[in-house]
Design a protein around this ligand. Sequence first.
Ligand SMILES: [Mg+2]
Length: 202
Amino acid sequence: MKGVLFDFDGTLTRPGLIDFMAIKRAIGCPPEMAILEYIRLKPNKERSSLTEILEVHEAKAARLAVPNEGAKACLSTLRKKRIPTGIITRNSLKSVVSALRQFEGITCGDFHAIITREGISPKPSPEGVFKAAESMGCLAEELMVVGDFRFDVIAGKRAGAMTILLTNGERSTMLPEDPMPDYMCRHLGEVVEIVLDTITSP
Ligand SMILES: [Mg+2]
């Protein structure tokens, strides 16, 4: 294992800031359906107005974002150990840049890859994991993908990466038909321990 690829919302940021159910209500998306996939099904004109509503919610959440517990310590430990890190998110680049301003001592430049929804198939597609691996100078199977939602684990597994499901002390979001994550952690501190145990020294 050579690098760590983090989901953003609810993984590096404190969970619960984006109210996905409120967004779904606002755009008429059925509760069981994923937001981006719902919007994608709509005709062009409607798609752009629904995207605008989504972006208003995301921008607000990004302004209020706070680093998740242990996130800053986790990122600075990995930086000190020269372990490449990346971000993979279904959110927009604008939201990530805005939210990262709340991370004192951490900047966009600390990440070897920032993969957002623009121009790629979002998770659970493995496309972004492959793209991140390329930017991080390793193979997808040399990555540890860390995230708080089932799509993170599915995308990581489809790309052949190792995966950690971060539960933040809540119930797992995995469904019975999903692939099992390699590890489950309650806290980012545990993620660092696993990464340091499994890392291949350069
Ligand atoms: Mg998440």
